[in-house]
Design a protein around this ligand. Structure first.
Ligand SMILES: *Cc1c(COP(=O)(O)O)cnc(C)c1O
Length: 339
């Protein structure tokens, strides 16, 4: 199957497996894994943050960030399409006793105005607005990127209000490739960042929380409490490091292929797509008359995996294990649909 269901479906390459084999390891719960320690420092340096914490998933690095930034009864402002709001099993309510305030932004992005209007006064009876959580690129929003200006406006708002900015950067790598914004910029606007190595970068496991040394020390304790303290995990850090070094530049090609796919979708009258929102490796489109499930079945019979993102909405996601030959076959299936 040509698997466009997600960019998480990639398998480790021989080069990556070799990096795993060669990794020097130690017990990371004792902070003694040299591969993890140097990788955390490397990523923190890259993004202009003091420290990093290697964790099993992006959900954990998002939730650790919320846990260290908030107190029970606080409120976190987020776009209604946000991963933290839709795909983390209600974790913020359970783990941090905070409520999420979903706002209707555009393509999963918040604007300064929208966030500003949602910040509450500081009465005893008000939930205290503590964090603005943004996602870059947006997943459910279709892989769009924030501009430098949009992020600065939100960061300035957070500073003026004495509240925090969290950046869910599961696909920050795609945003960097697309916008040419240097990684350190993200460290300058955000208090906490979550980055993932297991999406388009193609590592089997692994995400990282980046923040101040203080916040990371607190997060380290929560990680252990939540069962995320790992032992000789340099094996996975080595795979993640390999992914950053070797797979990061390949994202550009994923974006090019996603664009060609989206154009083919646009040319088929059975589908509806907003081409202007296709910026990176994610393509979201609607089915006009049939249901998404019917299209999925037909694509699946033709050997192409895609997923439903609503009753009439479909998502296709490109990654480096779908090359030009596969793209050609996929485009044939798109062109053939309904004809
Ligand atoms: C995938 C993803 C995450 C984290 O997912 P895990 O499966 O927990 O690693 C977080 N945010 C966004 C936007 C994502 O796409």
């Amino acid at each position: 199957m040509i698997d466009l269901r997600s960019d998480t479906v990639t398998k480790p390459t021989p080069g990556m497996l070799n990096a795993i084999m060669e990794a020097e390891v130690g017990d990371d719960v004792f902070s003694e894994d040299p591969t993890v320690n140097s990788f955390e420092q490397k990523m923190a340096g890259m993004f202009g943050m003091e420290a990093g914490l290697f964790v099993p998933s992006g959900t954990m690095s998002n939730q650790l960030s919320i846990a260290v930034l908030t107190r029970p009864g606080d409120e976190v402002i987020i776009d209604e399409l946000g991963h933290v709001f839709n795909y983390e099993s209600g974790a913020a309510a359970h783990l941090s006793s905070v409520q999420l305030r979903p706002l209707k932004g555009k393509n999963g992005k918040l604007s300064r105005q929208l966030a500003e209007e949602a910040i509450r006064p500081k009465n005893d009876w008000d939930p205290h607005t503590r964090v603005i959580a943004i996602e870059n690129t947006t997943n459910k929003g279709g892989g769009v990127c924030y501009s430098r200006e949009e992020m600065l406006e939100l960061s300035n708002l957070a500073d003026e209000q004495g509240i925090f900015l969290h950046l869910d950067g599961a696909r920050i790598w795609n945003a960097i490739i697309k916008t040419d914004i240097e990684p350190e910029f993200f460290g300058s606007i955000a208090d906490t960042i979550s980055i993932c190595f297991s999406k388009g970068l193609g590592a089997p496991v692994g995400s990282m929380m980046l923040s101040s040394a203080d916040h990371i020390a607190k997060a380290r304790r929560f990680r252990k409490m939540w069962g995320g303290g790992m032992r000789q995990v340099g094996l996975l850090a080595a795979a993640a490091d390999y992914a950053v070094e070797h797979h990061f530049p390949l994202l550009e090609e994923d974006h090019r292929r996603a664009r060609l796919f989206a154009e083919a979708v646009d040319e088929n009258p059975s589908f509806q797509i907003d081409l202007s929102s296709v910026e990176t490796n994610i393509v979201i489109f609607d089915v006009k008359s049939a249901m998404a499930e019917d299209v999925l079945t037909e694509f699946s019979d033709a050997g192409v995996g895609i997923i439903p993102f609503g009753p009439k909405t479909i998502r296709a996601t490109f990654h480096f294990q779908v090359g030009d030959a596969e793209l050609e076959k996929v485009i044939e299936v798109v062109r053939g649909y309904g004809n």
